[in-house]
Design a protein around this ligand. Sequence first.
Ligand code: ZN
Length: 493
Amino acid sequence: MRIAIGGLSHEANTFCPKPTTWNDFASRSVVRGEALFEGVAGTNTERAGALAVLTERSDCEVIPTLLASALSGAPVQADTFHALLDELLQRLSAALPLDGVLLVLHGAMMSTDEEDATGVILREVRRVVGPDVPIVGTLDLHANVTAQMVACADALIGYHTAPHVDMFETGEAAARILLATVDGRVRPRMALRRLPMIVPSENARHTDGPLSEVIGMARELEEQGAILHGGVYPVQPWLDISDVGCSVVVVTDGDVGAAERHAERLGRAFWERRAAFGVDLVPADEALRRALERPAGTVVLCDSADSPTSGATGDSNVILRAALAAEPLSGRVLLNAVDAPAVSRAVAAGVGANVRVRVGGRLAPAFFEPVTFTGYVKTISDGVFWFKGPGARGTVQSMGRAVVLTRGEIHLVVMERAVSQWDPELYRSVGEEPSDARAVQVKSPAAFRAAYGAFMDEAIIVASPGPSTSDLMSLPWRRIRRPLYPFDADATF
Ligand SMILES: [Zn+2]
């Protein structure tokens, strides 16, 4: 049998002012043809999981096409999206005849001309391969699952974890269902239940709290063999589009009625827990004070409002401002911000120099303003590092050039490009040890807990403006369809 693998992956945030362009894909990951087989060993990725299953079968010829992803951000520029999609379709078309297609997707991708970019990818792949070739797609837990996506795929298989740690298992599960479908051992049938609600990400976790209970119910059904897959999706909430909401997707073997019944039950359980997703936010100065008052240990200052993996720009300096106002500090504080011009200034001055730079607040001026920072250039780095923690383990990350500027107890990493902040390697790669610091700024709502959990004593979620704030009511919504929880008390499931 001939199985094609490929996909396009990106998570949109419509409040992010910085457009997502070809460079954002090129600097993250664009892999073509045979290169899809390379560099996957030991990585926690959907690609690695899917390839492990597909290449195990001696009768399965895997045809690699195009796999591209960019860090979360504003909707992808239309020309970039269509260039990538066209290439994927051309490669699939050239590979025909095919027995199946496995697509690595996110599910909350948008382009500047398509609100449901993931649905468009699935629709166009379906058009190329025809109605009878099974298509199975993988989704991030934060997918905005649409009717079009479900209509154009045979099965959609999502993460069961947040912090995300099951990319490999998701790829494996998708490949197994695809092979079983091609063999005729199962006939996947899907039911989608959309909920008129969005929730912040901080408390949407599989480890504890309200989402864990709903995911637990879905997993139980899978383990009982009642369903093939139960996807519970607390959508990436920063999508100001009409068709946005949390959802549940149940995949059964040949039984649409059962899929619908289980989706209804899981959807209701999710809906009934909606108030439990609320987040306690602490002002930056108070959060910093609480961290420094502790006699020992490390506190993560969770700056989720500026999370690059939620589509923010990474150049918030709200906590930096609070730290400068609180000097002298009684313990080490690790902070970070994106600011390419500040990096250039520090690199030009060189290690050992003192510099005065304006930091942050350039990329998302609706939320932040630059701060003047005078400090010592301690480290200059190429900004490349590898994730070592459980989430996306083994994947390479690039901050562009990065510098460490110090001023008393403040150690500030300034980078040219935003990067995922799931892993303490961000700091370790430039010589700063988070477990030795009293407070560490981490721009991620929940995913950081997988790696930082090994040593952090507490995480305080900081009240801050930003394109990925959990204070959803504070954002300038214009296009969402009402009623929608938490905006409307009369929203009903
Ligand atoms: Zn996610």
